[in-house]
Design a protein around this ligand. Structure first.
Ligand SMILES: [Zn+2]
Length: 494
């Protein structure tokens, strides 16, 4: 029997603003899609929070025994600098400014994104499709939407006809907007605008002669609209209707609203059963923004090389800090808040180091199952990690009391305590123990120690003491550290 059979998960569905009992389309299996990053710059901390929130959700659903197919895309074309179908493709613009090939921009920032996600101990998705890898499918779905009468072609671009769609569907149901109000509150289209209505959005944009990223299509050379890729990739890998769609709160409108319209127009059914939205991260009470300087990159946070924090913090401490807030709440990042989180994280870590050496008694002085049930109840209630963390603090103080002799535990309960702690701390919250989380200050210490060994080995070789130099190399290799001799000296990799 799998855990999901005895755990009823309720989740807050943005589609109707209610907590609903989660029932997957296929028992035991879940299809989940999360809008991934647009890879034209280093991933910022606010985006990381969204991806870490959905990583926690992915981890918990897997922990319950579900087979989860988790699709998270990479937007490598089509995301314009302006939501109203104007402006430039974000990746083309960056490529032009930095005199790079667009795919060079994509490669650089995809690597950065993966690296940061690995540091945060986020599990890779099951499938990570790219927009440029699905141009053929995007062209096919546009043809389909035109055939159904919900899109029109203008001068080599194709637009989704929102007004037509709204006559027999409802545009605005996710964001709670009403098309008539939207039209009433919109300025008139200016003369050069080729759309029939301001609310219409591009499925395909004609490429100007100087536009680098372009593909042939039945409407001429161009590139796909941003909203379209998510409809195409989610339906291709998860089906026309799937279980969970996630993303940042800021994507609800227009991006997700457009996804619903495209899915309903193309496939005749609602694309998603449960819409989940993660809230944003602020820095010192203000929205993070590169232009105002109120922004911090994950790397700057880990090393302490920034103007906001007095020192560096390990990715696990940052992740723990995020888990202390509910994914739907705004979370404010500040020096004091992260310092407090670090203290809490250390307190739990201290307890974990005691877990394997606790004294065992004949009887237990408390009910361990009651505590364990509270941990599950917290997560079953729309992934309430702050409550779960509070329960882990309870568990930590219990461990301290057992260790000091003021509470007692029998062997069977101790096994439950150990297992539950590990399940939730490592597997569900995705945290690492402080020893495993080597980054920032610690990496610096490791660098210094390694430099010492590299120097000693160089000295031994200079003295033709090959026994010593080989011993240093081989024993480091045994410890999982490989030395590499190059023209600029010796480096090491873990
Ligand atoms: Zn998307």
């Amino acid at each position: 029997m799998e855990l999901y059979q005895s755990n009823e998960v309720k989740l807050y569905n943005s589609l109707n603003g209610q907590k609903e009992v989660f029932t997957p389309i296929t028992p035991g299996r879940i299809g989940m899609y999360v809008c991934g990053p647009t890879v034209y710059s280093n991933v910022h901390l606010g985006n990381c929070r969204t991806f870490i929130s959905f990583d926690m959700i992915f981890r918990y659903l897997k922990h319950l025994g579900y087979k989860v197919r988790y699709v998270r895309n990479i937007t490598d074309a089509g995301h314009l600098t302006d939501d109203a179908d104007q402006g430039e493709d974000k990746i083309s613009k960056k490529a032009r400014l930095e005199k790079l090939e667009p795919m060079e921009v994509v490669q650089q920032y995809t690597l950065d994104f993966h690296n940061v996600m690995r540091q945060f101990n986020a599990l890779p998705p099951s499938i990570e499709p790219t927009a440029t890898g699905h141009i053929v499918e995007q062209i096919e779905i546009i043809k389909n939407i035109i055939d159904k009468g919900y899109a029109y072609e203008r001068n080599g671009s194709v637009y989704f006809d929102v007004v037509k769609f709204n006559t027999d569907h409802r545009y605005g149901k996710l964001s709670g907007r009403n098309l008539e109000d939207m039209i009433a509150n919109t300025r008139d289209l200016n003369a050069q605008d080729e759309k029939e209505n301001a609310q219409d959005f591009a499925l395909w944009k004609k490429a100007n002669p100087d536009h680098i990223m372009r593909w042939p299509s039945p409407w001429g050379d161009g590139f796909p609209g941003w909203h379209l890729e998510c409809t195409v990739m989610s339906s291709k890998y998860l089906g026309d209707t799937f279980d969970i769609h996630g993303g940042g709160m800021d994507l609800k409108f227009p991006h997700h609203e457009c996804e619903i319209a495209q899915g309903e127009a193309a496939h005749g059914c609602s694309p998603v059963n449960y819409w989940l939205h993660a809230n944003m991260l602020t820095l010192n009470g203000k929205k993070m923004s590169k232009s105002t300087g109120n922004s911090i990159l994950p790397k700057e946070l880990f090393t302490g090389d920034n103007d906001f924090m007095e020192k560096g913090f390990s990715p696990s401490v940052v992740r723990f800090f995020m888990m202390q807030a509910h994914y739907r709440s705004v979370l404010d990042f500040s020096n004091d808040a992260i310092l407090a989180a670090e203290k809490g994280y250390n307190r739990i870590n201290e307890a974990i180091t005691l877990l394997d050496k606790l004294p065992v008694s004949q009887t237990s002085s408390f009910s361990i199952n009651e505590w364990k049930e509270k941990c599950y109840a917290a997560m079953n209630d729309d992934f309430n990690t702050p409550i779960l963390v509070a329960e882990l603090f309870e568990g930590a103080s219990l461990i301290q009391k057992i260790n000091s002799g003021s509470e007692s535990i029998n062997q069977e309960d101790l096994t439950i305590l150990q297992q539950t702690f590990r399940d939730f701390f490592y597997d569900v919250l995705g945290l690492k123990s402080s020893q495993e989380s080597l980054i920032g200050d610690e990496t610096e210490h490791l660098d210094k120690a390694m430099q010492l060994l590299i120097d000693l080995r160089a000295q031994a070789r200079a003295n033709r003491d090959f026994a010593t130099s080989d011993k240093i190399r081989d024993q480091l290799l045994e410890a999982g550290i490989q030395l590499k001799d190059g023209p600029d000296g010796t480096t090491y990799t873990l």
